[in-house]
Design a protein around this ligand. Structure first.
Ligand SMILES: C[S@@+](CC[C@H](N)C(=O)[O-])C[C@H]1O[C@@H](n2cnc3c(N)ncnc32)[C@H](O)[C@@H]1O
Length: 204
């Protein structure tokens, strides 16, 4: 994993900036998530969007028929996401929560991580995997999108190789697929990314 060296202050960022200007902002369902859901033939279920930020992925998932909980460490992000969905009739809720010290007390059929855990220092990943073990039902899925080791232009998140994903997650998950992709968003240079589809083992 390559080192990250500029983690934003999330609260300050969401308080002071418009979500639409952020490099990860993508108003539609990320095509990699769409493809993964189609391949898994999943059209409904209880879903958790971890580090939901502007909430776009949570909203799009709810529009597809999922019951969605979006969580983020930033209170400001959660307030803004709540504001834009306040009058919707989607099966969707937002909650401030630190996934590394989560207050969530139930399990989900599927969790999405679009660029959340790739900001965690490597020593925190075992805590993250342990949190996921508690939050995802046996046989449930994790869709994980992170920066790839092939990305060399943007200094930011930790960059993963496929073998890093195997190493970090295989104690709890079976790795169904890991593919090269890009990080869709407003940046002209689309960062190189990995999309991983993981299935929680029944016996963990
Ligand atoms: C790169 S942004 C991605 C946002 C969103 N997933 C998207 O794709 O638009 C990473 C997000 O992770 C959130 N985050 C960082 N650390 C977190 C933590 N410990 N628990 C929950 N969310 C966290 C940040 O506030 C930020 O919104």
């Amino acid at each position: 994993m390559t080192k990250m060296n500029n983690i934003p202050d999330w609260e300050e960022k969401y308080r002071d900036e418009e979500a639409e200007t952020m490099p990860w902002y993508y108003p539609d369902l990320d095509p990699d998530f769409k493809e993964a859901l189609d391949r898994l033939e999943m059209i409904s279920g209880d879903a958790l969007d971890i580090g939901t930020g502007p909430g776009t992925q949570a909203i799009e998932l709810a529009k597809r028929g999922f019951k969605v909980t979006g969580t983020d460490i930033s209170f400001a992000a959660i307030e803004k996401a709540k504001d834009i969905t306040i009058n919707s009739d989607l099966n969707l809720s937002f909650m401030q929560d630190d996934i590394l010290d989560s207050r969530l007390d139930r399990q989900f059929d599927i969790a999405l991580d679009r660029g959340c855990s790739h900001v965690f220092p490597p020593e925190k990943i075992p805590n993250y995997v342990s949190a996921l073990n508690g939050l995802i039902k046996p046989g449930g899925y994790l869709l994980l999108k992170c920066y790839s080791h092939l990305e060399s232009e943007i200094i930011g998140p930790y960059c993963y190789r496929p073998e890093d994903i195997e190493y970090c997650y295989s104690s709890v998950f079976t790795v169904l697929s890991i593919k090269d992709t890009i990080y869709y968003g407003p940046l002209e240079h689309k960062p190189k990314a990995l999309i991983s589809v993981l299935k929680k083992r029944n016996e963990t």
